[in-house]
Design a protein around this ligand. Sequence first.
Ligand code: GUN
Ligand code: FE
Length: 512
Amino acid sequence: NQGALWVSAADGRIKGWDWQAHDDARFAELMTRNGWVDIDVDVDGQGSKTKVKIVTASEEKNEFFFPGFIDTHIHAPQYPNAGLFGSSTLLGWLETYTFPVESGFGNQPDPKTGYQQQTKAGETPLAAQTIYDQVISRTLSHGTTCASYFATIHIPATNALATLCKKHGQRAFIGRVCMDNPDFCPKYYRDFSAEDSLTATKATIAHIQSIDPTGSLINPILTPRFAPSCTRPALESLGALAASYSPPLHIQTHIAENTNEVTLVNDLFPEAGSYAAVYDRYNLLTPRTILAHAVHLSKDEKALIAKRDAKISHCPASNSALGSGIAPVRSFLDVGITVGLGTDVSGGYSPSILEAARQTCLASRLLGHTAAFEMEFECGHSHVKGEDEKQKQKEREDEAARVKLSVPESLYLATRGGAAVVDMADEIGGFDLGMLWDVQLVQLGAVKGLPESPLDDGEGDRVDLVRPGPVGNVDLFGTETWEEKVEKWLWNGDDRNVKAVWVAGRLVHSRV
Ligand code: GUN
Ligand code: FE
């Protein structure tokens, strides 16, 4: 495959390309739309050239460009807890692990009131700066070119996250979490009132818009943490604030992650009728809304979400880690809901969207073995008792196979899907002409390049049990088709395979 590709250093967009499209039918959908090509890149990362020519690479290098990953749901301040969750489930986990770590991003609580003085500008604990710096570097190193971040309730730290994303060059949506419900949020970590919550949110929006007035890289996103953490007035004011902008502001929250949480929401908002309906009442279900998890939605809720064109962030690593359940992604796609992937650090243990894509495949393969699947199948099944059991079993198996997500589908959700979730489907997630060069260069191992065994005594009679390839964990044997290389990457790849990362044509990470 020969090819060349031009990215304008002026605006970081793809200006022209000329390559032989990969023509394998199975990958046609992913590749012709996602357009990955095996060509090398010669971008200097300095933006000094007006036009950068990207020259052909050899297939032997086992390198290919892939659209940068889009993490549609990640909690930046929870990064210190990545991998720490014990056997907890959502509500206990929030209390034990999450609120304590997030509260550390503000100042000490006022001894008199017990509330954090979080509305003062200019005070960010050093640890918060360091952690935010780390999480941005780490996600970039995994190929995440765009992330939708939940921050904390604190204005200075949230502003610092936005400023750091800009400095690193990572495309980002930054949300100050709103949590003003005294019946749910701990006193040491909550907004003083709905009014305070709105004022603080506006302050972070003002900062973000001051550092990136055109929103070319960093954008605000309204972030009612989830229904239980917010009072009605807070939800109402956020819905109104979103709608007051043109185009409306982005919104992100959680929905139906855990069965106890769903029960809690039904108790707290009995008038709404469902979890999704709570958000809808306050105009928070919009085409620019990202709903994380969506493990336990009813059929009606899915229909409502589809009708409003709200988006879903699928977070399978988190859903398994916290024992939340398996989100029925195929059923979202069936009704036309747009889906992207999220790491949900630190409900999710890994900052890698490749891991999220892998877990997407795995979780979908387990779905057919769940009670929820069985119920759904029985509901939609026309057969009556006594009818051909064999036929019914066959249909059950077919349905279990149908809900599985393939490698190309998972990678699609990680790129094109995520792009649509953040309402940037025309800008990022693929290699269409005019799209932004938000790209990772992936390099896989090659058997030819295996290093000499350090234990080799020169006589050839010492053999290591494991001789790692030169690049990461993906060993190739020279027999793989490109499709198989990508499959191996999905199942065994990690950040060692991410050789370089660009956002809008700017080099933002490179492996040394
Ligand atoms: N629901 C409310 N807050 C959170 C959070 O921080 N993480 C997850 N996974 N779910 C939540
Ligand atoms: Fe989350």
